[in-house]
Design a protein around this ligand. Structure first.
Ligand code: C5P
Length: 227
């Protein structure tokens, strides 16, 4: 069967990764979470004191980018690939609120983006891939055979993310999560390099009122029609 590239973009916490993982499993495709890559670079910047509450030493981060090696390793038990930063599994650490609070600033840096996009091209060159992020259908794979743009109200997204973080035992309030979701959307849509916008040929999925099953069925049928 023909292999295609499926690009899934959209706002923060729209459930892109959940549906992308499900879809990749159903089609026997590779799933690539590009947000994990920007999160891992952010963790690297935090550990090296390049970014914090009231400082951001962009130049130092740019100079150190050669020291950032990112890899995905498939975890058969979990059924998806986990993110490794310089050989260390950072899958848990990159999902904290602290990383979420800094990641969109790091993702504005063109040098950071260029490096991630090169690796994303490499990961997608054999096709048979579901990749999610903010610029996949517009910049990374503008010729992707299927493009989806996911959206939902900020309240709905923050509520889902809040519940997820609570389950992981993170001590956060709903308002903190809502602020983070809104602030990331604002930075992601207004940055100069590769802003979050819907590709002209993307199918919009507003999942505010959709169950996970409904969403998955819709997306699977779109994918089957594109293959
Ligand atoms: O997808 P996730 O919410 O984990 O992504 C974290 C952040 O990484 C986003 O808010 C965005 O700032 C950045 N990102 C990006 N381009 C991508 C994927 C993520 O700028 N392709």
């Amino acid at each position: 069967m023909k292999k295609i590239i499926i690009a899934i973009d959209g706002y923060s916490s729209t459930g892109k990764s959940t549906v992308a993982k499900q879809l990749a499993r159903a089609l026997g495709y590779v799933y690539v979470d590009t947000g994990a890559m920007y999160r891992a670079v952010t963790l690297f910047a935090m550990r090296n004191q390049f970014i914090g509450e009231d400082f951001f030493q962009k130049e130092k981060l740019i100079e150190s980018l050669a020291d950032v090696q990112l890899n995905f390793h498939f975890n058969a038990e979990k059924g998806f690939a986990e993110m490794y930063l310089n050989g260390e599994n950072v899958e848990q650490e990159i999902r904290t609120m602290e990383v979420s609070n800094f990641v969109s600033q790091v993702a504005t840096i063109p040098e950071v983006r260029k490096k991630q996009v090169q690796q994303q091209h490499e990961l997608g060159k054999e096709k048979g891939i579901v990749m999610d992020g903010r610029d996949i259908g517009t910049v990374v794979f503008p010729n992707a055979e299927l493009k989806l743009f996911m959206t939902a109200s900020a309240q709905t997204r923050a509520q889902r993310r809040f519940e997820e973080l609570q389950q992981k035992g993170e001590n956060v309030t709903f308002d903190e999560v809502l602020q983070n979701v809104k602030s990331r959307d604002q930075i992601d849509t207004s940055r100069k390099d590769s802003p979050l916008i819907k590709a002209k040929d993307a199918v919009v999925i507003d999942n505010s009122e959709m169950s996970l099953d409904e969403q998955f069925e819709k997306i699977l049928s779109l994918a089957k029609n594109s293959i």
